[in-house]
Design a protein around this ligand. Structure first.
Ligand code: NAP
Length: 553
């Protein structure tokens, strides 16, 4: 008599065990990869090229991960196109032509599909298939996965390519089910698009997704009410068509650009000014700030070396941006409401096109819900500050249960039946963001404890994929079937991640980096802030020392 299957972690009572006995009957692979975004696709390509049997399971109907789901108006990357791309294949990077400085979502999705076709990836990807559970079978040293409609598969290695920002965060606002109009989450946008023409729209949230979508929704809708809990800093994108000569110049020395990028903390090729903002003269400071504002985008973070270390330097940058907001937004009260007071660059810096100016439009209203939360969703709209705002549609631009959300949606049980959500009750613990003590043969691509979201994701994904593939090949070549992070190595790494985070101002505010956006989530700075070069060196040293900090058998 088979035991009951509990597809979701919260349904399985404490102590109830999962079936693992039918390991032999299930399709068996060397590796199973969860997710067919940029991480899962490259992992498949790499492992298959080494002769391993691999299967990818993907909940969506196509490749692309975050770029498959995030189809809201204005969605585009905030890393420049020439850098937000794979570098593992020079043929690919030479042949692909980007059309804009910052790629729009449809173009990035086309690129993902092109990669899938070019490397014939689809034959090993099963779409429309969610992974519900993964259980480690200690006797067999294999992972047993429960997928799709209660099917089972097994694999020696289980690789989580589930993405850092893929589990949508829907706020629990009273009355949410009573709304008569349409509701959308930016991270799960309808594929057919949404027509806001003539509609009254309410949008909750003012993070990157909102800052990109608000100007376009405002152009289309009859009225737009923006419910803002925390104002954010945004630097203009100055997006433009990419000149063919510029692309040719980059491609003539793509290896040079990639190498320069890998030598920087965020893995991005842009100039860092190491001078101190505090020590610079007023005129120098303004020149630097203006130059970065005119250049646009995330390179603003490189304006001065002490920006994220010294509160006084940070205040200077913050005040510069607040000055820009006051210049652009006509109504002083609205400008004041839009002006962030928190640490500049502490929450993820936003990159915008026409965001501040949108608040000069007569059809846009800003509602400050910082002091008093949105009270309720009613059948006709949104109630806040004692008043009902009647709307036909609500957009939740409320972000993600970042870095751990997608992993913990899967019921993962390791050695002794210990579940990952128990182990991570007080925050994620990993060794290098790659392995987890008590969970042998399980790898996380850009997991918590790795630079991931603080870096250009594509090179960070490639670095992880290559490290994992080399590790699995090492095990095979040495007749080993099991690898597990040691508890001591993990503890030291977690402490190091925490200590380094404490050195910068970035860990000081209520951001999704610390899980503050999800009620009840433990407050831990999740990514590794020590930078791409130091981190990659550490990973290389671990591998060179026969996977130091891991136990193999
Ligand atoms: P986000 O940055 O977490 O922003 C969510 C917004 O919703 C915040 O303004 C938040 O306010 C607000 N919010 C959440 N719950 C709320 C509630 N109950 N009531 C009122 N407001 C609420 O999410 P996101 O904009 O989707 O961006 C997430 C990350 O994805 C970005 O930081 C970036 O890394 C990435 N992203 C990148 C791009 C790009 O490449 N350009 C675009 C989109 C997203 P609080 O700040 O007060 O929590």
């Amino acid at each position: 008599m088979p035991s009951k299957i509990y597809p979701h972690p919260e349904e399985r009572p404490e102590g109830a065990s999962r079936r693992t006995r039918d390991v032999d009957a299930a399709p068996a692979f060397d590796a199973v990869i969860v997710g067919a975004g940029f991480a899962g696709m490259y992992m498949l390509h790499r492992l298959r090229g080494m002769g391993f049997s691999v299967r990818v399971y993907e909940a969506g109907s196509g490749v692309g991960g975050t770029w498959y789901w995030n189809r809201y108006p204005g969605a585009r990357c905030d890393v420049e196109s020439m850098q937000y791309s794979y570098q593992f294949s020079d043929g690919l990077q030479q042949e692909w032509v980007w059309s804009e400085r910052y790629s729009p979502q449809p173009e990035i999705l086309r690129y993902a599909n092109h990669v899938a076709d070019r490397f014939d990836l689809r034959r090993d990807i099963q779409f429309d298939t969610r992974v519900h559970a993964a259980v480690f079978d200690e006797a067999a040293n294999r992972w047993m996965l429960e997928i799709g409609d209660r099917e089972r598969v097994s694999a020696t290695h289980c690789i989580m390519a589930t993405g850092c920002l893929s589990s949508a965060n829907m706020p629990k606002i009273a009355g949410i089910g009573s709304f008569r109009g349409a509701t959308y989450h930016t991270g799960h946008w309808p594929h057919e698009g949404v027509d806001f023409q003539g509609k009254r729209v309410g949008i909750i949230g003012t993070g990157s997704s909102a800052i990109q979508s608000i100007p376009l929704i405002a152009e289309e809708a009859a009225q737009l009410c923006v419910f803002q809990r925390t104002p954010n800093y945004a630097i203009p994108a100055h997006n433009q068509r990419l000149a063919p000569e510029y692309q040719e110049a980059v491609k003539a020395d793509y290896a040079g650009l990639r190498a320069r990028a890998k030598a920087t903390i965020p893995g991005l090729d842009f100039n860092f000014n190491m001078a101190s903002a505090v020590e610079a003269s007023e005129a120098e400071r303004q020149r630097e700030f203006e130059a970065r504002w005119a250049y646009g985008g995330l390179p603003f973070l490189g304006v001065f070396g002490d920006l994220l270390l010294d509160p006084a330097a940070n205040d200077l940058a913050a005040e510069f941006v607040r000055g820009k907001i006051r210049d652009i937004v006509h109504d002083p009260d609205t400008a004041e409401m839009l002006s962030p007071r928190n640490v500049f660059g502490c929450k993820r810096l936003c990159v915008d096109t026409g965001y501040w100016a949108t608040f000069n439009r007569p059809n846009v209203t800003l509602i400050d819900v910082s002091g008093e939360p949105v009270e309720a969703i009613t059948p006709a709209g949104i109630r806040a500050k004692g008043r009902e705002y009647a709307v036909d549609a609500i957009v939740f631009a409320t972000g993600f249960d970042a870095m751990t959300g997608a992993l913990l949606k899967i019921d993962i049980s390791g050695v002794g039946g210990r579940r990952l959500n128990e182990k991570w009750r007080e925050g994620p613990k990993t060794y290098l963001g790659l392995g987890i003590a008590g969970f042998p043969n399980l790898f996380t691509i850009t997991g918590p404890g790795s630079p991931s979201v603080l870096t250009n994701m594509l090179p960070s994904i490639e670095q992880h994929v290559e490290w994992i593939a080399d590790c699995i090949a090492y095990l095979r070549d040495n007749g080993l079937s099991r690898i597990e992070a040691e508890a001591g190595a993990e503890e030291s790494w977690v402490a190091h991640v925490r200590d380094v985070a404490g050195l910068t101002l970035r860990s000081t505010c209520s951001s999704w980096y610390v899980g503050a956006n999800v009620p009840g989530k433990p407050r831990v700075f999740m990514p590794y802030i020590g930078g791409f070069p130091a981190y990659a060196q550490k990973c290389d040293a671990v591998a060179a020392n026969r996977y130091e900090g891991f136990t193999t058998a």
